[in-house]
Design a binder for this molecule. Structure first.
Ligand code: ZN
Length: 579
């Protein structure tokens, strides 16, 4: 019997299973010299470019950059979360996971929080179906055309009016109030003893993790005079609104099958779609989209369409989300509903067919952004100068060169400018290091990769690196976060390091570094090499900035922008001196 301790469990799985056997189940691989090679299942591979190293327990595709350990392969191939993959592979390795034993710190407490949420969810659900005072709640859902099947599937509930319905329920079932307070289900009274319910006279939406465990609740008012319209559980040990979606536990299979995910803004939008048969959607939880959201969703598909309400705040939210997608190397479609519509009202008026049509014909978020900025310029809301600069700042983040130049061309045409004018602004933006977050295999310099390689081979050199300002040298965000684990957090064990990056593209960087041989003869040489890497990276950063400043200055001269010319020139002279 084994306790459910990730680090230990993963090592045990890796000890018992062979990465070769596992991968062979999905794609055929052949022995070559030291390792195995085969067609990569993660891109359209015609020349075998995926290598598997049995001894290191790693795979890596030198074409698309996918890589990692056997768990990484299994998660990615099957679109699973880490716990799902661990549980599958543990079964395969014949390891019995003993969940109820105590030693793992904090584990039983977390379990109790989940149990509490499950019980509270049942309490609210029963209140919706049975409570005599739940009439208005049931009528509301009926009016919103949410059928009983959907109410059942999502365990929608009713939080009774009054102040102590849940408090009483907890007491009756001997559930400690402190636990419920921790999850924000009840609130301590300001004067006197005791607690009162947070959710009162509201429709309750249990929010679930991808695995289907209740992690929090959302509540919508029933009486229009109650404020605010929506309340949510506060952040807790188990509920993080920036990481979780509403509905993903139910929709993930539909997303996989459809090969497309639709993101909407709230649980009522989600339920309206689901009730109308549009089941490949998720909703954010009262927060704008985050990078964590995108990382979560891309486990299931790269094709994403975001849907926003047809009002000003919808347009603003769409614009804001662009950066996050570009940072993850994705270009989603966007639908802004006709003015005054949200998904619910749109579906009620026009039906699911019309909605799917909008989704199918959705422009990319970048096209939308450019058009929106061009319109602002035409309306006089922004000047030509600031409009084109805004667009250039975004185009800098598009890492695919062909795509970038096609958007540069489009922008130039729409604004009546020459392509070169837009291009030079994009180049100027590049020097500011804004490319940092963009993730593709080719975008990080070889020196950054070599640094990673050396530290993975000789983690004890991290002391030497820590003494320098290494962070300034590294611009790739993934490389930086791996180096942080090694240098700052002191994670020197490869299996634990991979564990920190489950489900992330960073695993591919680790496998690439470990499976390419840079020819480091010994530790001493490695030490010298890493210092020279950092020096070269600092130099390169400086050179790149100087180059973009030169271009910027010549543009400023051409456009007779004396103020800009002076500013750039001062920076240029300062940097030259530094060099
Ligand atoms: Zn590949």
């Amino acid at each position: 019997m084994v306790n459910f301790n990730n680090d230990f469990l993963v090592k045990e799985i890796k000890r018992r299973l062979s990465i070769i056997n596992l991968i062979e189940g999905y794609t055929s691989i052949k022995k070559t010299g030291k390792g195995y090679v085969g067609l990569c299942p993660f891109h359209d591979d015609h020349n075998p470019s995926m290598y598997v190293d049995e001894e290191k327990g790693l795979f890596h595709c030198f074409s698309c950059g996918a890589g990692g350990d056997m768990l990484g392969f299994y998660m990615r191939y099957n679109g699973l979360t880490f716990p799902e993959a661990v549980s599958d592979l543990a079964k395969r390795a014949n390891i019995t996971i003993e969940k109820s034993s105590t030693p793992v710190k904090g584990h039983s407490r977390i379990n109790n929080l989940f149990k509490l949420n499950a019980a509270v969810s049942r309490f609210y659900h029963r209140a919706l179906l049975e409570s005599p005072n739940g009439g208005p709640a049931r009528e509301y859902l009926e009016k919103r055309k949410i059928p009983p099947g959907v109410i059942e599937e999502f365990k929608l509930g009713y939080a009774p009016d009054g102040w102590d319905a849940l408090v009483k329920f907890l007491k009756k079932n001997n559930i400690p109030a402190s636990l419920a307070e921790n999850l924000g289900l009840i609130v301590k009274k300001q004067s006197g003893d005791g607690y009162y319910d947070r959710f009162r006279n509201r429709i309750v939406f249990p929010i679930c993790s991808v695995e289907g465990k209740v992690i929090g609740f959302g509540g919508r008012r029933i009486k229009e005079s109650d404020e605010p319209k929506y309340i949510n559980s506060p952040e807790s040990e188990i509920y993080h609104k920036r990481k979780n979606f509403y509905g993903l536990d139910s929709s993930k299979d539909h997303i996989r099958k459809n090969k497309r995910a639709i993101i909407v803004e709230g649980y009522t939008d989600f339920l309206a779609l689901f009730s109308a048969g549009v089941k490949n959607a998720v909703a954010t939880l009262g927060t704008s989209l985050t990078r964590d959201h995108v990382v979560t969703l891309r486990r299931y598909t790269d094709r994403i369409v975001v849907v926003f309400d047809g009002d000003e705040s919808g347009v603003k939210a769409a614009v804001r989300s662009l950066d996050i997608f570009l940072e993850e190397g994705l270009l989603p479609g966007v639908v802004i509903l006709p003015e005054g519509n949200d998904p619910d009202s749109f579906l009620a008026e026009r039906g699911a067919e019309a909605f799917y049509k909008l989704i199918d014909e959705a422009p990319t978020l970048l096209d939308f952004y450019i058009d929106n900025t061009v319109n602002e310029y035409r309306n006089g809301a922004v000047t030509l100068n600031s409009g084109v600069k805004e667009i250039a700042d975004v185009l800098v983040k598009v890492n695919e060169p062909v795509l970038r130049s096609s958007y540069i061309k489009k922008t130039a045409e729409k604004l009546g400018l020459g392509e070169n004018e837009v291009m030079s602004l994009v180049r100027l933006g590049k020097g500011h290091g804004k490319m940092g977050g963009v993730k593709t295999v080719k975008s990080h310099s070889n020196h950054e990769k070599l640094m990673l390689n050396i530290l993975l081979t000789y983690p004890d050199l991290s002391g030497v690196v820590a003494a320098e300002d290494w962070e300034e040298c590294v611009s790739n965000r993934d490389v930086k976060s791996i180096l942080e684990e090694i240098i700052v957090k002191g994670v020197h064990d490869m299996s634990s390091l991979l564990l920190s990056f489950q489900g992330s593209g960073a695993q591919g960087l680790i496998s690439e570094a470990l499976m390419s041989s840079p020819g480091i003869p010994d530790r001493d040489t490695a030490g010298k090499m890493i210092m020279s890497c950092m020096k070269k990276l600092k130099q390169a950063k400086l050179d790149e900035r100087l180059k973009s400043l030169r271009l910027g200055i010549s543009d400023a001269v051409k456009n007779k922008d004396a103020e800009l010319e002076k500013r750039l020139l001062t920076e240029y002279t300062d940097l030259r001196k530094q060099k």
